[in-house]
Design a protein around this ligand. Structure first.
Ligand code: ZN
Length: 248
């Protein structure tokens, strides 16, 4: 037998301790301001320059928060570095905080893309988000910066509503979930596709399932362990215990 494979499926809940709002959650921006959802809906975004200007402003405000990885991101990265198990991360988040914490980028599958990059909707040119935001706030500012290669509309390299998930990322996630010996679902309500399906794949592949989430999920009955404590404190303890078990 090879090393055990530990897979983490992470959602917005792991990043709220880093100050990144949970847009979909009960107090999320999209509940308070339904209009805000248009900012991340592909058709509205493409059709309306004002939506794009608002979207870039929101990106700028989010970037200005300077979110840093928290203890939970760090604990996952540390576990990977320990070399005791193979560690893979499948995330619904676009914030890049797993990678910033030290999990190698080739070990992170971003189901909803990355808000650290920008992609041209016409030619596909991919550039850093930082560069685009510098243009937005520059002097004179470009409130809706066009692609420098072709003049096309730029957008964050995230999967907007109305766009499909990346097939390659999705099939890699399914494969990884199926090979997991231990599967942690962290900070995700597990209500949306494909997160829910990945839990099923992992469970039917024989993984031990651990759910760390503030609210109950549909999959709690399948879990060997359900943890409701705050993720930033609970996950480091859970993963420390894992290291101890390994050495025994
Ligand atoms: Zn272009």
């Amino acid at each position: 037998m090879g090393r055990p494979l530990i897979v983490f499926l992470t959602g917005a809940g792991i990043s709220t301790d880093s100050g990144i709002p949970d847009y979909r959650g009960p107090n999320g921006l999209w509940r308070r301001d339904p209009d805000a959802e248009k900012l991340v809906t592909f058709d509205y975004y493409m059709a309306d320059p004002e939506i794009r200007r608002r979207s870039w402003r929101l990106r700028q405000e989010t970037a200005a928060l300077g979110a840093r990885p928290n203890a939970a991101h760090q604990a996952i990265a540390d576990l990977g570095r320990s070399g005791r198990a193979g560690v893979r991360v499948i995330t619904q988040n676009t914030d890049g905080l797993h990678q910033e914490a030290g999990t190698p980028p080739n070990r992170v599958l971003e189901l909803h893309g990355s808000s650290r990059a920008v992609v041209c909707t016409r030619c596909g040119d991919r550039t850093p988000m930082r560069d685009a935001l510098d243009r937005v706030t520059g002097e004179p500012g470009e409130p809706d910066p066009p692609c420098r290669e072709c003049g096309g509309i730029l957008k964050a390299a995230t999967v907007m509503f109305g766009e499909s998930l990346d097939r390659e990322v999705l099939s890699a996630a399914v494969a990884v979930a199926g090979e997991a010996s231990l599967f942690f679902a962290v900070g995700s309500s597990l209500q949306v596709y494909p997160a829910a399906g990945l839990v099923e794949v992992a469970a039917s592949g024989g993984a031990r399932l651990v759910i760390v989430n503030a609210e109950p999920t549909h999959y709690d009955p399948l879990a060997a362990e359900v943890v409701r404590e705050p993720i930033g404190t609970a996950l480091p303890v859970l993963l420390d215990d894992l290291k101890v078990c390994d050495t025994e």
